[in-house]
Ligand binder design. Structure first.
Ligand SMILES: Cc1cc2nc3c(=O)[nH]c(=O)nc-3n(C[C@H](O)[C@H](O)[C@H](O)COP(=O)(O)OP(=O)(O)OC[C@H]3O[C@@H](n4cnc5c(N)ncnc54)[C@H](O)[C@@H]3O)c2cc1C
Length: 455
């Protein structure tokens, strides 16, 4: 069933009459990636961020080679690499401590680096790069309303009405832009799990003085994991063993709290590993504090774009990921790059077509990437110890080419003409899930509800 079609241009050829004017809401990785790539493509960018100053927040974040390819093209490798953890082997154990596999890790896969480091430190690099490229980055800018008509879109920010050709909602899991796009508040569901996480200085923590934990820091960076029923624990060091981080999942049916800074209690953390390999408690107990991050889940949204196709959701606002996918931030980067390329091809006159083509190009890929978070989690949480030791491949980290070998920029240039042709010839249609997707019934229902709201 077709919804309102905001695309009325004539062809997909590149037009350069004037720069496309873009307002991006949210300076997380999605918003910054969209802003950086948009400047590189010659667009005018206003980036609105509600925080008043950049703080080094969060802990470990991972970018796969599909995102590494983007950082490399932006010339940021030399800045990011020294801050990252340099891992050669992933030592995965059963919860009792038996080694399942020492999986060799490559610096590069499919021609590009992976980057694992502190979220706040890597965020700072992108933030500075966006400013260097001339992004009009406005802090303390709280966006409270979104609007669009046939000719433009915009926001109300700190009480002021701003106008652009398109608005990109990169405002994270609690997105306000999502409410505008869907016309309703999309309630997240508990995933049934939460993660305790910590990042700390190795020397101050004494981790190098305890024989049950010193292997994490004594020979440069190291990466260890343990898997058991409904629990997995990962710990790694970075910057040559200077910093240490760990994450450990736990069952959590309590409530839905989409917060990054919910404090965790160390006694609760240690209870999870009471009967586990003593190395786990030794590592966990060295952290001075930790956060308890609730893992919420969302079925795929019926759409990521507004009725007049001038507002698009990207990153977590469109599709939150489970950390076991190791792809949330990478897919956010791919979104931003795709939008920028599409708008370069469309020019301002056909900007709505570029937004529709963004959804067309990205929806199924993102869904397939998102699903890996569930399959990886289940693979680890339901593993049989004996079978895992006998067949380490059954629990090893997947390194699949379709996911990690992807070049989002190249793909957008190549895929746009077909997407634009399809939309022009057949009108805009809500995006389709990949065939056989487990959420198909639920998404069909939310599509119906979404379409009914239009009438
Ligand atoms: C503080 C913080 C810490 C995190 N720590 C980790 C981590 O340690 N490990 C990890 O893997 N992932 C972490 N993440 C999540 C990770 O960064 C994202 O999952 C991923 O990078 C996708 O990013 P995003 O840009 O879509 O969303 P986010 O990173 O959530 O960015 C959204 C941005 O939008 C801004 N914003 C929201 N509403 C408005 C508004 N109304 N007006 C203006 N601006 C607005 C927010 O302040 C925020 O900066 C963290 C996110 C945050 C916000």
């Amino acid at each position: 069933m077709a919804t309102t079609n905001g695309a009325n241009g004539t062809n997909g050829a590149q037009k350069a009459a004037r720069p496309v004017k873009i307002i991006i809401v949210g300076a997380g990785f999605a918003g910054l990636a969209c802003a950086i790539e948009s400047r590189l493509k010659g667009h005018d960018v206003i980036l609105l961020e509600k925080f008043s100053a950049l703080k080094v927040l969060g802990d470990i974040i991972s970018f796969g080679p599909n995102a590494g390819r983007i950082f490399g093209r932006w010339g940021l490798h030399d800045k990011i690499w020294p801050l990252c953890t340099h891992l050669k082997v992933f030592n995965l154990h059963t919860w009792k401590g038996e080694l399942i596999t020492a999986q060799a890790l490559n610096e590069k896969d499919f021609g590009s680096y992976s980057y694992n480091g502190h979220r706040g430190e890597l965020h700072q690099i992108l933030f500075d790069h966006a400013i260097e490229l001339g992004v009009d980055l406005r802090l303390s800018s709280d966006v409270t309303e979104y609007w669009e008509d046939e000719h433009a879109a915009g926001v109300v920010c700190n009480g002021e009405k701003l106008t652009a050709d398109v608005v990109i909602g990169a405002d994270g899991v609690r997105s306000k832009a999502r409410e505008m796009v869907l016309g309703y508040f999309d309630q997240p569901k508990p995933s049934g799990y939460a993660i305790y996480r910590a990042w700390f200085n190795a020397k101050e923590s004494g981790i190098g003085e305890d024989p049950l934990s010193d292997y994490l820091v004594k020979d440069g960076d190291a990466f260890y994991g343990w898997i058991g029923k409904d629990v997995h624990m990962l710990s790694s060091s970075s910057k040559g063993g200077r910093d240490v981080s760990w994450v450990i999942t736990h069952k959590d049916e309590a409530d839905i709290e989409e917060s990054w800074s919910f404090p965790g209690k160390m006694e609760d953390v240690l209870k999870i590993v009471e009967d586990w390999d003593p190395r786990c408690a030794a590592i966990l107990s060295k952290a001075p504090s930790c956060v308890d991050w609730k893992l919420v889940y969302r079925d795929p949204l019926p759409t990521w774009i507004s009725k007049k196709a001038r507002i698009a959701l990207i990153g977590d606002a469109a599709h939150p990921f489970l950390p076991t996918s190791i792809q949330g931030a990478s897919q956010a980067l791919e979104d931003g790059v795709t939008i920028a390329v599409n708008l370069k091809i469309s020019g301002p006159e056909e900007a709505p077509l570029a937004i529709q083509a963004f959804e067309y190009i990205r929806y199924q890929r993102v869904r397939n990437a998102q699903r890996t978070g569930e399959t990886n989690r289940d693979k680890w949480h339901q593993a049989d110890d004996k079978k895992a030791v006998e067949d380490p491949k059954s629990v090893a980290l997947n390194r699949e080419e379709w996911l990690l070998g992807h070049d989002a920029e190249k793909h957008a240039w190549e895929a746009y003409p077909e997407a634009a042709k399809e939309i022009k010839e057949h009108g805009y249609h809500l995006p389709e899930l990949p065939e056989g997707d487990v959420s198909a019934d639920r998404v069909a229902k939310s599509r119906e509800e979404y379409l009914a709201r239009e009438i």
